[in-house]
Design a protein around this ligand. Structure first.
Ligand code: FE
Ligand code: FE
Ligand code: ZN
Length: 275
């Protein structure tokens, strides 16, 4: 079973998102837990979350992949801003418990000149503080393009965070645009990249994918998403991904430059690629 979806606006609440997902042929989706470029979160609505959870179950949805705000930098240099980011993470995780058994993905952060090691330490510390014992949501680190001082632009850095936190309920979300931009050739050698992921991180930690084509060539460290089949990854790469035995059961989220009609179309195209 393919679980395909896209980013949806959370403005109308959880039930609304499930309805929108259904209308565009999605059976998973992503949403920002708060304003993606700010820090404001919506008031909580437990009845809406409970109704949505019921609909997800009845509709045979795969796990959802919530996304933390882009502005949340757990390893920024300013200690006050860093503490605020850690609070935002803790608040997001607490809120996500209303939709248990799903995923919460975030960008590890940018160390802004403090060095990768310091960055990893801050990120791990924030996760340890935020993830209560028995926490019902699996937290995912996103593979990054390695733009600027981003942490998580290679598998070793993600593995170092996983090790420093030391919990089984922390995993990885693989973004196809980001890994290709970071220098992992999923176009020419998808199996080789997955083997490397397995050797360094372990494929049991790979929980979800972001499906994006890329506006830029291999290893450009730019992070500019393109519509499926229209960039340097190409349709055949996505055909290989949706049919790959190690990937095809995982939730796949589109973050391509589209509105809902475009997402509906890309979901249909991806489903048609399934052998
Ligand atoms: Fe992301
Ligand atoms: Fe992504
Ligand atoms: Zn990106």
């Amino acid at each position: 079973m393919l679980y395909l979806g896209c980013h949806l606006s959370s403005t109308g609440g959880n039930v609304k998102m499930v309805e929108t997902a259904r209308a565009i042929g999605a059976n998973t989706f992503a949403f920002f837990t708060r304003n993606p470029r700010g820090s404001r979160a919506k008031p909580e609505d437990p009845a809406d979350a409970a109704a949505a959870a019921e609909m997800l179950l009845e509709g045979g949805f795969g796990k959802l992949v919530a996304h933390g705000a882009y502005t949340m930098n757990l390893c920024t240099a300013d200690s006050e801003a860093r503490a605020f980011a850690a609070e935002v993470l803790a608040d997001d995780l607490r809120r996500m418990a209303a939709l248990p058994e799903n995923f919460y993905n975030f960008h590890p952060g940018s160390h802004v000149g403090q060095g990768v090691e310091a960055g990893i330490g801050y990120i791990a510390e924030a996760l340890k503080q935020a993830m209560a014992p028995g926490y019902p949501v699996t937290v995912l680190l996103e593979t990054m393009a390695g733009k600027g001082s981003e942490v998580g632009g290679n598998f070793q850095e993600l593995k170092a965070i996983l090790d420093a936190v030391g919990r089984p309920d922390l995993g990885v979300c693989l973004d196809t645009c980001h890994v290709y931009d970071a220098g992992y050739d999923i176009v020419g050698n998808l199996d080789g990249v997955l083997a490397e992921f397995d050797r360094i991180i372990g494929l049991d930690r790979l929980k979800a994918l972001h499906l994006n084509d890329s506006k830029n060539p291999f290893a450009s460290h730019k992070d500019r998403h393109e519509c499926i089949g229209k960039g340097s990854l190409g349709l055949d790469t996505f055909r290989a991904i949706v049919n790959h035995p190690l990937l095809k059961e995982k939730p796949m989220i589109l973050e391509t430059p589209n509105e809902l009609p475009g997402y509906r179309q890309e979901i249909a195209v991806l489903r048609s690629l399934e052998a």
